[in-house]
Design a protein around this ligand. Sequence first.
Ligand code: ADP
Ligand code: MG
Length: 599
Amino acid sequence: MREKKKSDIAVLLDYAGSYKGLTFSGLALSGVAMILGMLPYICIWLVARDLIAVAPDWSRAADAGRYGWMAFAFSLAGIIVYFAALMCTHLAAFRTASNIRKQGMAHLMKTPLGFFDSNASGLLRNRLDGAASETETLLAHNLADIVGSITMFIGMIVLMFLFDWRMGGACLLAAVISVGAMFTMMGGKNAKLMQEYQAAQDHMSKAGTEYVRGIPVVKVFQQTVYSFKAFKEAIEDYSNKAGRYTVGVCQVPQSVNLTVTEGAFIFLVPAAVLIAPGALAAGNFAGFVTNFAFYAVFSAIVSTALARIMFAASGMMLASTALGRISQVMDAPVLEITDDPKEPKDNSIEFRDVSFTYDGADIPAIDHVSFRAEAGQTVALVGPSGGGKTTAASLIPRFWDATCGTVYVGGIDVRDADPHVLMDRIAFVFQNNRLFKASIFENVRAARPDASREEVRKALSAAQCDDILAKLPDGMDTVIGTEGTYLSGGEQQRVALARAILKDAPIVVLDEATAFADPENEALIQKAFEVLTEGRTVIMIAHRLSTVVGADKIIVLDNGRVAEEGTHDELIRKRGMYSRMWADYNHAVNWKITDREVM
Ligand code: ADP
Ligand code: MG
């Protein structure tokens, strides 16, 4: 069974919604405008007929002036109808583009947050915007012109055979030869050469970008020759392939193409010479001259019509690139939201046989992981880098959904919870928690927009941020990231903690950044942690094992699996992975202290 694929244009038009009819009206009007625009050619024929009939007594051709006015009226009507057509297509195009933007954004709102980790949100938005404006141009102008071109082409063929098929055929011969020449350039074995040429062009522009991007590295490492070489090779490759295609393939066909389209009459004259004696014998010489005059003028349309058809084809390509971009956004996975949300019963968290594999990865990042944190308990996830700690933590707020197994919050599957309820219940402090370019006050208040200044100040204080506020010019109202007010990693972490403290959620998920170097910050962060985690259920990813010692349970994740599980003391006694990590950690800490003493 062969399923018919919907054409790109049809898919784009679906975004027009109720404005689809307007697009079609616009396109129909564009066709009508083109027909009106071609009618003056018939007037030319009529004028020629009348003039030749009365020649040389021109004054007797009383109707000639009337035909002239008719031609003028048709042209004018054509312009007016074309204008109306564009009005329709523009209105529909604006609406369609705005629908694409709206639907795209609505779709992005439903994708899991984790999706933005691997697809920068700005990039997606740009893609959507680009596609929407491409569609706008396509629907507003190109499509109407495509319909116009097709109408023109059909009209041209009709007119060619209307008066004298032999002379019309002579003009058409030019069109046929020209199309044949174009196919020679683009079809058969030459298609491969053309693709190679286009690929080389693509490669060259990418290599150029790479080269520019690499300039800092080049400068630092003085690697001029090497990176320049790739770029230079790409240019040489392009120039070879371009030469091979243009000189080797296009030279002759393109010359033929241009010659016959621009000079379609070169076939008309010999045809007329052949037809003339017959017409003379039949006593219809005036009709012959009329037709010849008409085709001599009309043959000029061949080049216009063909150029427009070429242009139409490139418009179709525009449609498919725009659609490609839209589907990149629209095909993004969507987070399933339940219609019948359940309320979490308590603040416990449980992983039951949970596995998760990232899109495109061969092996799972989390592999059959099970553990449980009772309400109020602190569970620490530790283990080597890449073990799957961050991934496990991201499954709790549904940054991603588990590939198999279930994550429970308060005894219910996270997928059965209302996402807002879930988000309200959990505060996250993630490694890459970014602060916005806004005042510290706004940054913290983002966690709870109805919080008062006093509450924000208290949260900052509890997160040990007093020293940060004291040294900033406008205290809490200082905008981060402007005029040299940059915060160190440890300071940013504390502001992020203040945000979580203000949220005052019963469950806290912490993905602590890799240890910050300075010990002052470390001690302050430790204190802020204590405030944040007190009396709550905490899932903590810690790199400083000293933070983990007091946890109710420690889960050691290695290669996505639970390698060990227990309290600090139990795991030390086990003499497994954790006890080795603990020994390494202490060694490192002691080494630091001795190091310091020596200095
Ligand atoms: P940890 O936090 O323990 O260092 P992660 O959970 O970050 O470990 O990573 C676990 C595995 O998943 C690693 O192999 C990592 O390369 C992979 N991974 C992490 N994030 C992504 C992502 N966004 N896309 C694909 N693979 C990822
Ligand atoms: Mg991590």
